[in-house]
Design a protein around this ligand. Structure first.
Ligand code: ARG
Length: 459
């Protein structure tokens, strides 16, 4: 295909340059957005009398035909084309002749590509939000079923204090809820239209930027034409939001991997979401969770690619910026793939409450409650802490738990101890009496579930 910019040149581009320069292999996926943008632009050009109304109509009809043919597969991309913008315009001109050559009036590929990516990512954000919302519902549902499932809460991966599995899950639900918000925030800032910025300095034609912005569902036109064509902060912001989702998913993945080990056995994955080993017949591996954990690094890489690519670029457009697409598309594809697979894996996993309970019984996770018991009876907390530490040491010596340590051992250290200490250090009591806002008490976790579900309705 002859180059559209051939007039200035006396030679064809070297074929290596052609291949090197070409982006159609990865920007072809924006063909719908490219066509919608061109339809809005042509509509505006026709209405403003910048091109004849009949030409605008022909362009729109031609573009709709290309859209239908690309969607049905009747038309394939020409891989020789420099990018999706050149391809659509050339195809249009082949189909409708001279009118097609008028489409690019008062426009540059610089504002065109800045528009297409925004339109494309706007749809992707909505899709990721849909998947994330569904996933949060899965987490809430699982929490609902585990309000009384006692498990050890950890710090430093050491058993720390008793909580419930529902409480643990709702920590994640809140993280993913903030992720949903971050996606909306990105969209709010991104949703301004760069079309009409031209190559960098706008245009002398009497274009109506408000009109194209509103036809394309934007909140308004971008207010500086250089900015319109030269920033990719919205890609960086979205990639950062996606990297944060992945970071959260990787933490949950890591925990699931631990929970599925024989060392923990808090959970068993459904056979459909686990894999075997080619040599070890006993193995049931949590590959999905491991891959999500691994792919998190890949998305961080995409974010670093975007930040590094934009660093120090002078205004306005530079070809470096063509590198934005593969990175942000990879981040978008990866997070969607992870959510689609992770959600049913979690939903079908079998929780093993007895094992969680058994783990909670070891590790003296009720020691804080024992100290609190003394404190509530008037012993200063620091003294209570020391007495309890000594009791724990005694338990280790006697190879028993705080629940099975005889009362006389308690009373050797403080005469404040009475029979009711066993109530105070009962694991259920320990978890369920932590009923401050945000705590593991059943009614508090139920409130958390209700609050998250209510917040979801805003998305
Ligand atoms: N394929 C290019 C990109 O993705 C489109 C913009 C080209 N503009 C230019 N001045 N060469 O960035």
């Amino acid at each position: 295909m002859g180059k559209m910019w051939a007039g200035r040149f006396q030679k064809e581009a070297d074929s290596k340059v052609n291949d090197f320069n070409s982006s159609i292999s990865f920007d072809g996926r924006m063909y719908k957005q490219d066509i919608f943008g061109s339809i809005a632009h042509a509509t505006m050009l026709g209405k403003q009398g910048i091109i004849p109304k009949e030409d605008a109509d022909k362009i729109i009809e031609g573009l709709n035909g290309i859209l239908a043919d690309l969607t049905s597969g009747a038309l394939q991309f020409d891989m020789e084309a420099e990018d999706i913008h050149m391809f659509v315009e050339a195809e249009l001109t082949t189909r409708i002749g001279d009118a097609g050559k008028r489409l690019h009036t008062a426009r540059s590929r610089n504002d065109q590509v800045a528009l297409d990516i925004r339109l494309y990512l706007r749809d992707e954000i909505a899709e990721i939000q849909g998947l994330l919302k569904k996933f949060i519902e899965t987490v809430c549902k699982m929490a609902e079923d585990n309000l009384e499932t006692i498990m050890p809460g950890y710090t430093h991966l050491q058993r720390a204090q008793p909580i419930t599995f529902a409480h643990h899950l709702m920590a994640y639900a809140n993280m993913f809820l903030r992720d949903l918000g971050r996606l909306s925030d990105t969209n709010k800032r991104m949703n301004y239209c760069p079309l009409g910025s031209g190559a960098l300095a706008g245009t002398t034609y009497p274009i109506d930027r408000e009109m194209t912005a509103s036809l394309l569902g934007f909140d308004g036109p971008m207010l500086n034409s250089l900015d319109g064509v030269s920033d990719r902060d919205f890609c960086i912001e979205l990639c950062s939001a996606i990297a944060t989702i992945m970071m959260h998913l990787s933490r949950l993945s890591e925990e699931i991997i631990l929970w599925c080990s024989w060392e923990f056995k808090f959970m068993e994955l459904d056979d459909a979401f686990a894999t075997g080993s080619s040599i070890m017949p006993q193995k049931k591996n949590p590959d999905v969770a491991e891959l999500v954990r691994g792919k998190t690094g890949r998305v961080y890489g995409d974010l670093v690619t975007l930040l590094s690519m934009m660093k120090s670029l002078p205004l306005a457009y530079n070809k470096d910026m063509q590198e934005d697409k593969e990175a942000i598309f990879d981040a978008v594809d990866t997070v969607k793939l992870c959510l689609v697979t992770f959600d049913p894996m979690l939903a079908t996993a079998k929780v093993l409450p007895d094992n969680m309970r058994a783990a909670a019984a070891k590790g003296f996770i009720n020691a804080t409650d024992c100290a609190d018991y003394l404190t509530k009876k008037g012993v200063p907390f620091r003294d209570a802490y020391k007495i309890t530490g000594t009791l724990v040491a005694r338990c280790i010596e006697l190879n028993c738990t705080m629940e099975t340590l005889p009362l006389k051992e308690y009373q050797k250290l403080s005469d404040v101890f009475a029979e009711d200490v066993y109530d105070a250090i009962n694991l259920k009591t320990c978890a369920f009496t932590r009923n401050c806002i945000g705590g593991p008490a059943k009614e508090r976790v139920s409130e958390q579930i209700a609050a998250v579900n209510a917040a979801l309705t805003a998305f």
